[in-house]
Design a protein around this ligand. Structure first.
Ligand SMILES: Nc1ncnc2c1ncn2[C@@H]1O[C@H](COP(=O)(O)OP(=O)(O)OP(=O)(O)O)[C@@H](O)[C@H]1O
Ligand SMILES: [Mg+2]
Length: 311
């Protein structure tokens, strides 16, 4: 894979990641009895695990590849927000966190007993107007120091001002990549690339039977919302890049598949880093597909290093 830029070049690239962050928590314990209060198991916690999720995982992927990442988002004023700050600092990710007193920092807590998930508890609500406004101001400040802007939309409300942010990024001549969510893609107008997966694309464009119909649907969508390119990630089918100049497909490269969660984050992170280093989109896609193939073969760590991508 000769097109991989040097480590030095990647180290000089700065990616601004904007989006919804999450803290993934896993509480592992032993189930010894049924509660006397209600017919539910009592779990005695023996071990805790925490991982960066959502846009924070995207930032981590960028950093692991050797580029610089700044994470811009809204968090609450709570214990998970402090924990996120610590984890991001440990991983050498720069942060611009706007605080919202009434916001629950998003946490997905899994309670695991007897090696099975017993319950998942989600903490989340929508950030308020004021915090989102502050985020927009911070975006304007951060934009000039970055080479590429990446929006990681998990549909949690942190990207309310995305149309304005894309407009600003474009005016500044920065490439814009979006991992989309939901059914309104007009808000991504002006983006250089969007990276839906199959389910996300079907939600906005409808289901397709065969490659020809898929191509027609994506072309309609691409023209309709005005984005430069659509990179469809297709799990075991690899990925397909739809540009005005044509369509490029890459088959999946995974040898063994252990854990597919977070593959989409790795893909868009790799794409952003390569774009920042001046790699043309079809070649950046090949590298992103390779990274996706590597990450699904790992258990736990959802990141890929420069050396792994170079191998
Ligand atoms: N089962 C698989 N076999 C081989 N490669 C895979 C598989 N699943 C994912 N990949 C690789 O990862 C890429 C992204 O996967 P996918 O299309 O599932 O993204 P996603 O649904 O956004 O992922 P997630 O939201 O779980 O992070 C694929 O294009 C492919 O390169
Ligand atoms: Mg995804």
């Amino acid at each position: 894979m000769s097109a991989l830029p040097s480590r030095e070049l990647l180290a000089s690239r700065r990616i601004l990641v904007v989006g919804d962050v999450m803290l993934d928590r896993y509480w592992h314990g032993a189930v010894e009895r049924i509660s006397p209060e209600a017919p539910v198991p009592v779990v005695r916690i023996e071990r805790e695990e925490e991982r960066l999720g959502g846009a924070a995982n995207v930032a981590l992927n960028i950093r692991t590849l050797g580029a610089r990442a700044t994470l811009l988002t809204v968090v609450g004023q709570d214990e998970p927000a402090r924990r996120l700050r610590e984890l991001l600092h440990e991983r050498d990710i720069e942060t611009v966190l706007r605080e919202d007193k009434q916001l629950y920092t998003i946490v997905k807590l899994r309670i695991i007993g007897r090696a099975q998930q017993l319950l998942r508890v989600d903490f989340e609500n929508e950030p308020d107007h004021e915090a989102l406004g502050e985020m927009l101001e911070a975006f304007a400040e951060q934009l000039p120091r970055h080479d590429v802007v990446l929006f990681s939309d998990y549909g949690k409300g942190g990207l309310t001002h995305i149309p304005r942010m894309i407009e600003m990024a474009r005016a500044a001549g920065k490439p814009v990549l979006v991992d989309p969510k939901g059914s309104d893609y007009k808000r991504y107008a002006g983006a250089s690339v969007i990276t839906p997966n199959r389910g996300e694309l079907a939600q906005v464009a409808g289901a397709w039977r065969g490659e020809e119909e898929l191509r027609a649907k994506v072309e309609t969508l691409r023209a309709d919302i005005d984005v430069g390119a659509v990179l469809l990630t297709r799990s075991e089918e690899g990925m397909t890049l739809f540009e005005a100049s044509g369509v490029t497909h890459e088959p999946a490269r995974a040898r063994e598949v252990f854990d597919v969660t977070g593959a989409g984050d790795t893909v868009i992170a790799t794409l952003a880093v390569m774009t920042g280093a001046g790699v043309p989109l079809p070649e950046a896609m090949r590298l992103a597909n390779k990274a996706g193939g590597i990450v699904v073969g790992k258990f736990g760590t959802a990141t890929v290093s420069y050396d792994e991508l170079a191998a």
